[in-house]
Each structure stands twice: as structure tokens, then as C-alpha cells.
Design a protein. Structure first.
Length: 286
């Protein structure tokens, strides 16, 4: 087969359908749902999926197993082992989707970027867009796949911890954007996690992730650029945060599509910051 290249970090159902059977393309379902939803991404993937897709479990398997914080990025060794077990090697093009349209897939996209894999994209609109396009689903038992040989190379520039965020909040060359709702950012709504304070980091700006989306799809690049333009300059380093590091990746993906280069995700996000008495918290209108 001829070699193919990704058009960007976002691909359409039509693009994926055209290249679905290419030997270099691997499709991952990274569906994750808020605990209160009662939904289970892995179980739903077992029942129906984009043909040939494998399940990328960043909440249970492909995470740091030695922290109480949810689905934190694992080390290179664990990531390499789990991704290889999914039949992925470094030469593969990885396309990631989720069952909500565009919610959890960017988290997996960011994980691959943070681990040095650039040939990765998100399916715009996810499984709903695939179905709306009339494309086929697989509903038989998932097939076993032979292991790949994936070697991760951690890229620190894509990752921020609490200390990096604290310094960035004091610097003009950085901007911290919070993807949570305006109610949670302002502190008028309680945090859903026990022991986590309401409010936001002093100096952070609020950009709810759903303002980058329409009908479960990412807005066009020009519209994304117009949203980010008042919030940060092209020269500033962007750090994206949210509740637990999932929807922050939607901001990271949107910023990259809008042309920004220096982008990181605060992995611990508000669960870590708001849960620590040592970190300052503000409440005000967003």
C-alpha cells in the first residue's frame, strides 16, 4: 500500500473510512465517562465499535498506578508496554475516537504527543459522526491483535505539574486556561470530588471546553483562532487545566489546530490543585 500522511491532528469520518484498512493505520476507542454517568467505555466498545478498533483504557490500565490522582500519565515503560500490546508500533498512524463525539479522545491524543508520537489524530465527531455518515460498525467479538513494538520518548514540554503551573501564573510569557464550566471556575458550583475546594487558580482564565465544540465536533480552525486570540499570544506558552486532565486536552487540541506551538496539559489539574491546602484558590465571576 502507498504511504499516507495525516492532514492534521483532526480527521473526518470520510478520511478515516478511506484509510481504515491501510496497514499503517490503527484506530483506538478512548471513550471515558464521568463516574456519575453509569456508562462504561470498555463495555460499550465490546458491543459495537469502528471496525478493527482497539480500546485505549487511560483510566484503568494506561495510567500511573502509584498515585491517588485519577488517570495520571504513566511512565515511558508502562506506556510502551500497553501501547505495544494494542498492536501499535512507532511507524503506525493512530486515529482516536470516543463515543460522545469529542470528549475523551483528545486526552489519549495528548498522551501520545507527550510520549513522542506525532502520527496521531482525533476523529472529529467521534463515533456519533461515524454513524451519522452511514459508515459500518463492528458488533462481533473484538479480534485479538499481534503485539507491536512501541518505544515511548517522554516530551516534557507537553506536560505541566503543579510547580510549573504556579510559576506560569506569575509570568507574562505563559497563560493558564481552565476548561471547566464557568460555574466551577468562579466557585459558585461545588467541586464534584470530595475534599476538593471550589474556585480557580489566581491568574488563570476560563475557557470552558464546550465553547470549542458544536454538535460534538471541533469548530473550524479560523473560529478556534478567533476564540484563542483574546486569551493568549502566539509567543506565550499555554498550559491547559480542567478537573482531572481530560477536557484540558480538548483545549490543547483546539489550540494546536488554531496554530499555537507551545502547549502543555496540567496532568493533576484541579483535583490536585484544589485538593491541596498549599495552593491558592480564588473565587470570582468568570
Amino acid at each position: 500500500m502507498n504511504q499516507i500522511e495525516l492532514p492534521s491532528s483532526l480527521v473526518s469520518p470520510e478520511w478515516l473510512s478511506k484509510h481504515l484498512t491501510h496497514q499503517d493505520v490503527v484506530v483506538l476507542d478512548a471513550s471515558w465517562h464521568m463516574p456519575a454517568s453509569g456508562r462504561n467505555g470498555a463495555e460499550e466498545w465490546q458491543q459495537q465499535r469502528i471496525p478493527g478498533s482497539r480500546f485505549f483504557d487511560f483510566d484503568g490500565r494506561i495510567k500511573d498506578q502509584h498515585t491517588s490522582l485519577p488517570h495520571m500519565l504513566p511512565d515511558e515503560k508502562l506506556f510502551s508496554k500497553e501501547v505495544s500490546a494494542l498492536g501499535i508500533s512507532n511507524h503506525h498512524i493512530v486515529v482516536i475516537y470516543d463515543s460522545l463525539g469529542l470528549f475523551a479522545a483528545p486526552r489519549a491524543w495528548w498522551m501520545f504527543r507527550a510520549m513522542g508520537h506525532h502520527k496521531v489524530a482525533v476523529l472529529n465527531g467521534g463515533l456519533p459522526a461515524w454513524q451519522q455518515a452511514g459508515l459500518p460498525l463492528e458488533q462481533t467479538a473484538p479480534a485479538a491483535v499481534p503485539p507491536g513494538q512501541f518505544s515511548a520518548r517522554l516530551q516534557p514540554g507537553w506536560i505541566a505539574d503543579a510547580d510549573i503551573v504556579a510559576r506560569a501564573l506569575q509570568q507574562n510569557n505563559s497563560r493558564v486556561l481552565d476548561a471547566r464550566s464557568r460555574e466551577r471556575f468562579s466557585g459558585t458550583a461545588a467541586d464534584p470530588r470530595p475534599g476538593v475546594r471550589a474556585g480557580h487558580m489566581p491568574g488563570a482564565l476560563c475557557l470552558p471546553f464546550n465553547e470549542l465544540l458544536q454538535d460534538g465536533r471541533m469548530l473550524p480552525e479560523q473560529e478556534l483562532a478567533a476564540i484563542f486570540a483574546p486569551l493568549l499570544t502566539p509567543e506565550q506558552t499555554l498550559i491547559c487545566t480542567c478537573g482531572s486532565g481530560v477536557t484540558a486536552a480538548i483545549l490543547a487540541l483546539g489550540a494546536e489546530l488554531a496554530g499555537h506551538k507551545n502547549i502543555a496539559v496540567y496532568d493533576g489539574s484541579w483535583t490536585e490543585w484544589g485538593g491541596s491546602a498549599d495552593r491558592p484558590v480564588e473565587k470570582d465571576v468568570c
